[in-house]
Design a protein around this ligand. Structure first.
Ligand SMILES: *Cc1c(COP(=O)(O)O)cnc(C)c1O
Length: 468
C-alpha cells in the first residue's frame, strides 16, 4: 500500500517568527495570522496544497490568504462596458463637490434636522427643497431612498385602496425586478390598466375614471420604445382630464434630467421642468441616473400633495440619510451654472466625450495592451457605440472608440472568456464586454488611463486557462 509520507512542517511558532510571519502579524494581528497559518498547515496535511518545508513560504501563503480575505467586498472597478450609468456598477459617479460634501458630513455632526438660526428642530429635506424648487419651478419636493420608493410613496399616499389608471403600454419592468404592477400592489393601489400595448387614447382613460379612481399615472417607458402603429396621450391632455375630475396626475419620469441635453449635442430628453409645465401635479425621478447624483428618489410638484406625502409614515421609512442629502445638495448646486456642468458633473462629462478623443486614447493604449498580452492576441482600435444606461434614452447611443481583443490564431470562445476573466481578476477589475468573439473595451468611461495601464502589469497570463 502506498502510504503518504509523514508531513513534518516547521512549528507554528517558527513560521510566525519568519520575516513573512512578522509582516503578516504587523498587518493582520497575531490571532488572525496564527489561525491562517494553522489553516495553511491543515490544507498541506490534507494534501489540498503543496507541502512546503520553509517557514517563510508557509507564512507567505498565510499572508496571501489574509490579504485576499481583507479585501473589501465592494471595491472600485474600471468600467469599460460602454454603459455610462451602469446599474450593476453603481450608476452615476459623484462630482468632486458632492464627494467633499459627503466627507464633511461624515466627519462632524451637521444641522441635518436643526435650524441653526432659530435654534430649533428643522426638517432634513429642507436642505434641498429650495434648490429643487429653484431649478424645476415645482412648488415643493420630497426626498426618499430612490425612485422606486418615490413611486411607492406617491401611490400609497394618493391611491391606497383606490385605482391608479395607467396605460398598458407603460406597465414597465426595469432591471432589478421593479415591475410597475408589483409596486402598485405593494402600495395598496389597484392597477387599472387602460388601452392596449401599442395604442392608448384619451377616451380609454376617461372611461376608466370613476368613484374609485385615485390618480392618473404616466410612466416613462425607460428601457424600451413602442414603435410602429402607436398612440399615446400627450401629458397635457391627461393633465386636463385629471383636473376636470379633480384627480392628481403623476408623471414617473424615471431618469429625470434638469437640463436640456440637446445643449451638449445629445438628444433632448423630457426634463422635470417640461413635465411640470406639461401639467403633471407630481413628477418622480431618480437622483443617480441622468441627474448624476447619489441614489435618491425625488418627488416634485404641487405643494398640497407634497405635504400629504411628507405626512405618510412610509416617508419616515424611506427617508434619505445625511450623506446622500449632502451629496444631492452639492450636485444640485452645480446645476446653477450650466456652462460648467459638463466639466464638473462626471455623468455629463462622460456623455460628452468625443469619439475622436476616445480614438486617440485607444491608439495610445493599444501597443501597451498588445505588449502585455503577447503574440497570442491581436488588439485592434475600433469604433463602437456607448449607451447612456439606467433606462435613460434607451435607443440613443454615443459614438465612441475602444479596443477589441481577439485570439490571433484559431482559438475558441472559451479563450476570450478566459481573457475577460483574467482582466476581472486584477486588483482593480477591468470590466469589458464580449461581442462577436472579441473582448471589447469601450474607453468612454476611462478618464484615468494610468489606472488601466497599471492593471496590465497585474494580468496573470499563466492564469487557470492561460491567456495564450
Ligand atoms: C429607473 C426607474 C425607476 C426606478 O428608479 P430607481 O431610482 O432605480 O429606484 C422607476 N421608474 C422608471 C420609469 C425608471 O426609469
Amino acid at each position: 500500500m502506498n502510504r503518504p509520507e509523514r508531513f513534518r512542517p516547521p512549528s507554528v511558532d517558527e513560521i510566525l517568527r519568519s520575516g513573512e510571519g512578522a509582516l503578516a502579524i504587523a498587518r493582520h494581528g497575531r490571532a488572525e495570522t496564527t489561525r491562517a497559518v494553522r489553516q495553511v498547515l491543515e490544507r498541506m496535511r490534507q494534501g489540498e496544497a503543496p507541502r512546503l518545508g520553509a517557514a517563510g513560504a508557509i507564512a507567505r501563503d498565510a499572508l496571501e490568504a489574509l490579504e485576499r480575505r481583507g479585501q473589501p467586498s465592494q471595491r472600485p472597478v474600471i468600467n469599460l462596458t460602454g454603459t455610462v450609468l451602469h446599474t450593476n456598477l453603481g450608476r452615476a459617479l459623484l462630482a468632486e463637490e458632492a464627494i467633499e460634501a459627503v466627507v464633511a458630513a461624515m466627519r462632524a455632526p451637521t444641522n441635518l434636522e436643526y435650524e441653526v438660526g432659530a435654534g430649533q428642530r428643522g426638517e432634513r429635506d429642507a436642505h434641498v427643497r429650495g434648490l429643487i424648487r429653484e431649478l424645476t419651478g415645482a412648488e415643493d419636493a420630497v426626498l426618499v431612498n430612490n425612485n422606486a420608493s418615490a413611486v411607492l410613496l406617491v401611490l400609497n399616499t394618493l391611491a391606497r385602496d383606490r385605482e391608479a389608471v395607467v396605460s398598458r403600454g407603460e406597465l414597465i419592468e426595469i432591471g432589478g425586478a421593479f415591475r410597475m404592477p408589483d409596486i402598485m400592489g405593494r402600495a395598496g393601489a389597484i392597477l387599472r390598466e387602460v388601452g392596449t400595448t401599442n395604442r392608448t387614447h384619451l377616451k380609454d382613460y376617461a372611461e376608466a375614471i370613476g368613484p374609485d379612481t385615485g390618480l392618473l399615472l404616466k410612466v416613462h417607458t425607460s428601457n424600451y420604445v413602442v414603435q410602429g402603429f402607436t398612440a399615446e396621450v400627450a401629458p397635457a391632455e391627461l393633465a386636463k382630464l385629471a383636473r376636470a375630475h379633480d384627480l392628481p396626475f403623476v408623471d414617473d419620469l424615471g431618469s429625470g434630467t434638469l437640463v436640456d441635453l440637446a445643449r451638449w449635442g445629445l438628444r433632448h430628453e423630457k426634463t422635470v421642468q417640461d413635465a411640470l409645465q406639461g401639467g403633471a401635479d407630481l413628477v418622480t425621478f431618480s437622483g443617480d441616473k441622468l441627474l448624476g447624483g447619489p441614489q435618491a428618489g425625488i418627488v416634485a410638484g404641487r405643494g398640497d400633495l407634497i405635504a400629504r406625502l411628507a405626512r405618510n409614515p412610509l416617508k419616515r421609512a424611506l427617508r434619505l440619510d445625511k450623506l446622500r442629502l449632502a451629496a444631492l445638495e452639492a450636485t444640485l448646486r452645480l446645476y446653477r451654472d450650466p456652462d460648467r456642468l459638463a466639466e464638473r458633473l462626471p455623468t455629463l462629462r462622460l456623455f460628452t466625450r468625443k469619439a475622436g478623443e476616445l480614438h486617440a486614447l485607444a491608439e495610445r493604449l493599444r501597443p501597451r495592451l498588445a505588449a502585455a498580452l503577447g503574440a497570442g492576441w491581436a488588439v485592434e482600435t475600433i469604433a463602437c457605440a456607448s449607451q447612456i444606461g439606467s433606462g435613460a434614452l434607451p435607443l440613443e447611443t454615443l459614438p465612441s472608440a475602444g479596443l477589441a481583443i481577439r485570439p490571433s490564431g484559431k482559438a475558441s470562445g472559451a479563450a476570450v472568456e478566459a481573457l475577460a476573466a483574467a482582466f476581472r481578476a486584477v486588483p482593480l477589475p477591468v470590466i469589458g464586454r464580449i461581442a462577436q468573439g472579441a473582448l471589447v473595451f469601450d474607453l468612454r468611461c476611462l478618464e484615468d488611463e494610468s489606472s488601466l495601464a497599471a492593471q496590465l502589469a497585474e494580468l496573470k497570463p499563466g492564469g487557470r486557462d492561460g491567456l495564450a
